[in-house]
Design a binder for this molecule. Structure first.
Ligand SMILES: Cc1cc2nc3c(=O)[nH]c(=O)nc-3n(C[C@H](O)[C@H](O)[C@H](O)COP(=O)(O)OP(=O)(O)OC[C@H]3O[C@@H](n4cnc5c(N)ncnc54)[C@H](O)[C@@H]3O)c2cc1C
Length: 519
């Protein structure tokens, strides 16, 4: 797998050889051919936190796995994760308290059953990660250090290497995958279409190189879609290709209007545009200021509230940035962030950092149950491409890595109970071309009209956007005539209590959303 691109912003992740396969760049990828003659138990699409963990879980249960990954490891959102992973580990914490904070952040839309699974099982997945070789930062007294982040009532966020959490976790998981002969890795290959039998059950994946893979089931772990917006913290591959695969196979999507905008992405620093300064920095005391040096928001509010406060201030003043004061924060706590900023000429130990919101995380995705099952038999979705409803209208910081491990494991185990594949099948029509990335024009239109504050006049023209997912996001955002969590309608500024627990569903074959109640 190729190592870092220029867009691994501000980190030193680029290296001449990949530590994923430990092979020099350009060496052909070894893989038995033809693949379709060797069906595996499970196909996992995507090698971020969710995909790697799902593959390891299945292999640990004795299954064979084919892991397909379109992009290098350093181009996954997981690799870029800085803040950490939430789990109720402290003596004064409990899954019920974690659940309470998750529900509060989600603004009346959290599916409690899914959030309860997350909060109950996150501590056990933390233990699994340690067993897999991840070294989480210690507290100096033999325990694990627990950070505080916005929206959390107690310290419950674990880190590895300070702000290098995603990188450290992925490196270990990739090493464990490499050691497992039961996991065959197809690198630099894109899933282009799902293969279904006569009943519509998914039994395989068509890749962009023409290979047809077969298995009991397919787990999509293809990440989010925040790169549909022009100003983003995400790698460019996060444009929702897995959602389009799922939809083409007949799966329902949900809650696409709920896209989280991170409050503090670097702006106006060449080479670091969109570089994320983690929430954890504010948890450790960093403060936000306008250009006159005045504080204007409680920095520990949930991120939608902080992002919108910045957005409104910038809209009122016409300024391009607000300023994050990290001068009181120990630089050793966040070495990756500090190094990256210093390398770009901004020393956060002495200088306030210019920041503004950027699209960051999609709460919506492929409708999936507590075991990751989508609405199509044999097809599972985990990680950011899934929508269990656990995040509701606003994800609580550091819940997404936890989600990757909790639901990655559950889906991998459930998928192994699916029936084995029958004889080789051909992909359904039009399912062999990978989904196209959004154009620059689409991404800019999404930023302008489907951004932190939307209204009907801006959203309607997006219904004709050339990119299918952009059209669906606009349709969902138009359908929800209220302001809730990450979804703010300037023309409907109040929360509508009648829409509590009502999720926005886009059924297969339709671009007209409807509401469904999930509990
Ligand atoms: C800068 C940044 C910081 C973050 N910090 C945190 C944090 O501190 N804590 C936290 O909990 N969350 C954080 N998040 C969010 C979190 O990192 C992501 O939600 C999570 O890592 C998503 O993991 P994933 O496995 O679902 O997807 P990803 O890690 O994005 O991986 C997706 C994989 O799918 C592959 N893929 C996509 N389409 C295809 C296809 N068609 N065929 C084959 N492969 C495909 C990609 O190449 C990639 O391998 C952060 C996100 C960003 C961008």
């Amino acid at each position: 797998m190729r190592a870092g691109r220029s867009g691994c912003p501000g980190t030193s992740c680029a290296s001449p050889a990949s530590w994923w396969t430990q092979r020099p760049v350009g060496t052909p990828v070894p893989y038995p051919s033809p693949v379709h003659e060797h069906p595996s138990d499970l196909i996992v699409v995507g090698a971020g936190a969710a995909g790697l963990f799902a593959a390891l879980t299945a292999a640990g249960a004795g299954a064979t796995v084919t892991l397909v990954s379109a992009r290098p490891l350093a181009e996954t959102a997981s690799y870029w994760a800085q803040g950490g992973m939430a789990a109720a580990l402290a003596p004064d914490d409990a899954p019920a308290l974690h659940l309470r904070d998750t529900v509060t952040a989600g603004r009346g839309l959290v599916r409690r059953s899914a959030a309860a699974v997350l909060c109950d099982e996150a501590p056990a997945r933390f233990t699994d990660l340690e067993a897999l070789g991840v070294h989480f930062d210690g507290d100096g007294r033999g325990g694990v250090a627990l950070g505080l982040e916005g929206g959390h009532g107690v310290r419950r966020v674990v880190h590895a290497g300070g702000s290098a959490t995603g990188r450290r976790i992925l490196r270990e998981l990739a090493a464990r995958v490499r050691e497992r002969p039961a996991i065959a890795v197809l690198e630099d290959r894109r899933g282009a279409g799902l293969v279904q039998d006569a009943e519509g059950r998914v039994h395989g994946l068509a890749c962009d190189d023409g290979r047809i893979l077969r298995a009991r089931a397919v787990v999509l772990a293809t990440g989010g879609a925040a790169a549909l917006w022009s100003r983003t913290t995400n790698p460019p591959g996060s444009f929702g290709s897995g959602l389009m695969l799922a939809r083409a196979a007949g799966a329902d999507l949900a809650d696409l209007e709920f896209v989280q905008f991170h409050p503090t992405a670097v702006v106006g620093v060449p080479g670091r545009e969109g570089f994320l300064v983690s929430e954890a920095v504010r948890g450790e005391g960093a403060t936000l200021h306008d250009k006159h040096g005045e504080r204007f928001v409680d920095e520990l509010l949930p991120r939608d509230a902080v992002a919108r406060a910045i957005h409104r201030l910038l809209a009122e003043t016409g300024d391009a940035a607000v300023y994050l004061d990290m001068t009181g924060v120990d630089p050793d706590r966040f070495p990756t962030i500090v190094e990256s900023l210093r390398a770009a000429g901004v020393d956060p130990a002495t200088t306030r950092v210019p920041v503004a919101p950027a699209s960051h995380y999609m709460m919506g995705g492929a409708v999936s149950d507590l075991d990751g099952r989508t609405t199509v038999a044999g097809l599972y979705a985990v990680g950011e491409c899934a929508c269990t409803g656990l995040h509701g209208a606003n994800r609580l910081a550091s819940n997404s890595l936890a989600e990757c491990f909790v639901f990655g494991r559950r889906a991998a185990l459930a998928a192994l109970d699916e029936p084995p594949p029958g004889p080789p099948l051909t992909p359904t029509a039009a399912a062999t071309e990978p989904a196209p990335p959004p154009s620059r024009a689409v991404r800019e239109a999404m930023w302008r009209h489907a951004g932190l504050e939307r209204d009907a006049a801006g959203l309607r023209p997006l219904l004709g956007a050339e990119h299918p997912l952009a059209r669906l996001v606009a349709a969902c955002a138009l359908h929800r005539e209220e302001t809730r969590g990450a979804h703010a309608r300037a023309d409907f500024p109040a929360l509508d209590p009648r829409l509590d627990e009502r999720h926005t569903i886009v059924a297969a074959g339709s671009e007209a959303p409807s509401f469904a109640r999930w509990t």
